[in-house]
Design a protein around this ligand. Sequence first.
Ligand code: GLN
Length: 546
Amino acid sequence: MKKSDKVAKYIFVAGGVMSSIGKGIACSSIGKILQSKGFKVTAIKIDPYINVDAGTMNPIEHGEVFVTNDGTECDQDIGNYERFLNVDLGSDNYITTGRVYQTVINKERNLGYGGKCVEVVPDIPNEVISRIEKASRRSKADFVLIEIGGTVGEYQNLLFLEAARMMKIKKPKDIIFVLVSYLPIPRMVGEMKTKPTQYAVRSLNMAGIQPDFILARGDKPLDKPRKKKISIFCNVLEENVISAPDADPIYEIPIIFEKENLGNKILKKAGMKPKNSNLKDLLKLLRTIKTSAKPVKIGVVGKYFKTGKFTLMDSYISVIEAIKHAAWFYKRRPEIFWLDSEKYEENPKELIKLKNYDGIIVPGGFGSRGVEGKIKAIGFCRKNKIPYLGLCLGMQLAVIEFARNICKLNNANSTEFLPNCKENVIDVMPDQKVLLREKRYGGTMRLGEYGCKIKPKTATFEAYGAKTISERHRHRYELNNAFKEVLESKDMIMAGENPERNLVEIIELGGHPFFVGTQFHPELKSRPLNPHPLFKEFVKACLKNK
Ligand code: GLN
């Protein structure tokens, strides 16, 4: 170790009983608390799937694909960390089984193991550890939070628990284990049950790990008798069994944890003392959220939310968050409505109902399903002067709608949906053609942060108050510059362009209160304490539209 290397503390967060109990939010909240006490924090998400990254997964299957500045297509929890911790993360912060095996196999092929027999244990956990340590070194953080995806007892994440166990042997004083567990309250019993948590701890023990803290997730707070029971049966100090009831908004969770003094308890375990304690920013935000009574109604026209009889909002989590952040900025209560685009295809009469909302968003998407319905909805917003924000696909479809109905290019389309289309106002980017032909799909889109020059006197310029910006991308298709002139001649404004490639990044419409489409995804950069300028401008227009 170099003298300059900082000794970080590592907090592993695993989940018990079942998935989707808010491990990511719990992890982010611990990070936020430690930050508020004066420490530098970073966070890593480990996902046990074979996929090298989240980019090749269907959002209905996996939820939103979050994209970082460096173009990593990752799990939505990275988005949670960025929003809670107000930091920019990247490839270092995301580990999957696929990534780990890929590195080990490549190293083996290059004789990187010097003729040794390469084995699952210890070589796979060792690679996990080396990734965690690399992230720690590069971030120079005091605390590295590592969230292990899935649930303890699952076959899939065993090797990650093994890595955590091995790290504990190496650095016994620097490792803390947190189990986020679920305590059900069966309706017929009416009582919170601790047994599943006891089994979860036993599974963790079988992996050689003893939790230092248990965060007890449930509909309700944990009471004294159950705290005691968990403490005795799970071998955890009673004061380290922390109640983690459901909370809305999620930004209240750090405050709930702090009521039980979780931050100082973790610091004590790490042998450290708080440098200060300041959650004022969060408290102020929470006060605003709670006192914002008047609604702003935003309709989101998409397709990734139907799973059987349930509505899944995970696919658009950053869009939802960005709307919320901007609404709170204007002291409004965000009301978000899920509008399935296919219903506008089946029954165009449904379109009139778009007037019930203060503004409409068409978010990103892939493939032709639902596209014509979205185009109809966009046309309705254009004609009826309803504030419109199009994100990536939402921008491309706005161009198609405008080309068809205003420029009279009746067959205008994107080559994504109609490969041989002649009026290809949206076309595949030249460098993407070969990738698609050779089926090289994984991690090959135009990803991550790129610069954009903004035209003065546009709504976008008004929003950003800057001539150059940079935003995050994830796309293969772009506005076809061969059609720029005809679009501009009818008052479509090319409000932002990437100077290196002359790629249109932002379109606007003249004579409309707010009609903006972006090739990038502004939602990925919005933070609760720093809402995104375009979402703010959009909500401002929505409030005027009321
Ligand atoms: N499918 C479109 C493209 O690849 C839009 C992508 C998106 O909305 N993220 O360009």
